[in-house]
Design a protein around this ligand. Structure first.
Ligand SMILES: [Zn+2]
Ligand SMILES: [Zn+2]
Length: 104
């Protein structure tokens, strides 16, 4: 009897794990593109009051800034967003390299 319950439990766990994975899979690039489109529309505002969120990634507004973009040297993106972007969202310079900083 106990074994059947255990088996059922493991089945339920497996099912919930797979459904979680499906819903969790977020199209990051699509989200980034939407965000960058938003930024283009509100660009003037961002240039004006960047101080309050100066350490938050300017693309996802979730992670803290961790990547300096080269050659323009803007330090405004988190690591994953800097990798996903091909041009700087601040000045539109084509990104040729990135320098990742680590904060302790
Ligand atoms: Zn980010
Ligand atoms: Zn830039």
């Amino acid at each position: 009897m106990d074994q059947i319950i255990l088996w059922l439990n493991s089945r339920i766990l497996n099912v919930s794990q797979t459904t979680q994975n499906v819903t969790k899979e977020e199209p990051l690039v699509a989200r980034l593109k939407a965000r960058m489109q938003e930024m283009k529309e509100k660009e003037v505002n961002y240039v004006g009051n960047g101080d309050a969120n100066s350490h938050v990634c300017k693309v996802c507004f979730e992670s803290s800034t961790a990547a300096m973009l080269l050659p323009c040297r803007h330090f405004s993106l988190c690591k994953s967003c800097s990798i996903a972007c091909s041009e700087c969202p601040i000045c539109r310079t084509k990104i040729t390299d990135r320098v990742f900083a680590f904060t302790s």
